[in-house]
Design a protein around this ligand. Structure first.
Ligand code: C2E
Ligand code: CA
Ligand code: CA
Length: 406
């Protein structure tokens, strides 16, 4: 049976949580003092821990720090009697240390919500599918170089929808590695490697070629669909990027405004002067620029103003929580106002529910992207989506029918 560790200084509460944990089919281990939890050391790297933040000896934040110093990958269910903002900061801290947050609960704990959380957690532990058929496959530089040479990298496209009119206004290009033995590998498993090994320039170049090929193919069918491509921090320190982009687009006789370059907010934090130079030249050559994962980095307003971005993408972590978390909603609202003040189009990514889409519409957000509208699609599925779903998408226009049609 899977173990769950409960750390809460209030004995009665800890006991009660222990009962819920056992009822949910886990083995409960109760600690009223975190120092004992570490002294006993019964937990493994992937332990699930229900953790109270407010404890007299060693508090929850110290526990997070100690777990991280042990390179733990524990999953945490955080609890606190303070307000939600304290829980949110603790979540951010834990995630920054590589720990996983299952959820955060305000005290007094609603036992039925805890049971629901545990139920979902048990399913996710059971359903856990390694990203590749061989869970031990950790690609190295040689594997990735070979993948690039043998054209194993492919692109998926995720539609972006105008929230007010329902029109398809573009799509984001997301790279995948179709490994002949290990199956589909997602970018989070190899972009870091590409950056460290110096292969990122070659990778970005391939993705750009595939994106441009798609734009041209759509155009040949009479569709004008702008595509967005992600570039990494390393790319925007390469002074040749604007010329490389311009050469590719000239060669294909396409309008550069059909290609948007997405740069994450955190990528801008690096060599700012060099990136400003490169980004400005990309804009001057007619490409569109988008600031991605907005809200997770620490760009200052003056920096934002200095880089000529056309588009601001609010990070999905805020969008995914905005219908249940009023602070996330406040952040989204502020990002929309800020983007509009700076003449940028605002995109919400990670739109997973109709409630979120409705809320974004009320807040005046421009574009939505997310599983509720469509998952990222292979090139073939995307063609089918264009053919079959265009009718459904147009129906978003008709606000009173949107629930049945999106
Ligand atoms: P990103 O740029 O923030 O891309 C959005 C990610 O969110 C994608 O994950 C997408 O599949 C996922 N997503 C879309 N809608 C939803 C939703 O409703 N809910 C949730 N939970 N997730 C959603 P993906 O494809 O695994 O890509 C992960 C990251 O890898 C991307 O994050 C991007 O930073 C990076 N990446 C992807 N393609 C490239 C590329 O060609 N070059 C570079 N440098 N990075 C790339
Ligand atoms: Ca992106
Ligand atoms: Ca993003």
């Amino acid at each position: 049976m899977t173990e769950i560790f409960i750390i809460d200084d209030e004995e009665q509460i800890a006991e009660m949580l222990g009962e819920v944990v056992s009822l949910s089919g886990f083995n409960a281990n109760i600690y009223t003092d975190a120092t004992v939890f570490f002294e006993e050391g019964k937990f493994n790297d992937n332990a699930t821990i229900i953790l109270d933040l407010n404890m007299p000896n060693m508090d929850g934040v110290e526990v997070i720090r100690e777990l991280s110093s042990k390179s733990s990958k524990a999953s945490l269910i955080l609890m606190s009697g303070y307000d939600m903002s304290v829980l949110r900061s603790a979540e951010k801290l834990a995630q920054a240390h590589g720990l996983e947050i299952v959820t955060s609960l305000m005290k007094p704990i609603q036992l039925d919500s805890l049971m629901e959380v545990l139920d979902t957690h048990r399913k996710s532990l059971n359903d856990y599918q390694p990203l590749s058929t061989n869970s031990h496959f950790v690609p190295n530089t040689t594997d990735l170089a070979q993948a690039l040479n043998q054209d194993e990298l492919i692109i998926f496209l995720q539609p972006q929808i105008d929230i007010q009119t329902g029109a398809l206004v573009g799509s984001e290009v997301l790279v995948r590695w179709e490994h002949p033995q290990h199956g589909m590998i997602f970018p989070d498993n190899f972009i870091g490697l590409a950056e460290q090994s110096g292969l990122i320039g070659q990778l970005t170049s391939k993705v750009l070629d595939m994106a441009i090929e798609q734009i041209a193919a759509h155009q040949a069918r009479g569709y004008k669909i702008p595509l967005s491509v992600n570039v990494s921090a390393n790319n925007i320190s390469s002074l040749e990027l604007p010329e490389e982009l311009a050469d590719k687009i000239t060669h294909s006789h396409l309008d550069p405004s059909l290609l948007t370059i997405e740069v994450t907010e955190s990528a801008l934090m690096g060599k700012l002067v060099t990136s400003l130079d490169i980004l400005t030249r990309i804009r001057m050559k007619g490409f569109a620029l988008s600031i991605d994962d907005f809200g997770t980095g620490f760009s200052s307003l003056s920096q934002l103003h200095r880089v000529p971005f056309n588009e601001l993408k609010v990070d999905k972590s805020f969008i995914m929580e905005m219908d249940t978390d009023s602070e996330a909603k406040a952040i989204v609202k502020t990002c929309i106002v800020l983007g509009h003040e700076l003449n940028m189009t605002v995109v919400a990514e990670g739109v997973e529910t109709e409630a979120t889409l409705t809320m974004l519409k009320e807040l005046g957000c421009d574009i939505a992207q997310g599983y509720f509208l469509s998952r990222p699609l292979s090139e073939n599925d995307y063609q089918d989506w264009l053919d079959l779903n265009s009718h459904r998408i147009c129906m978003i226009n008709n606000s009173d029918k949107s629930s049945e049609t999106v």
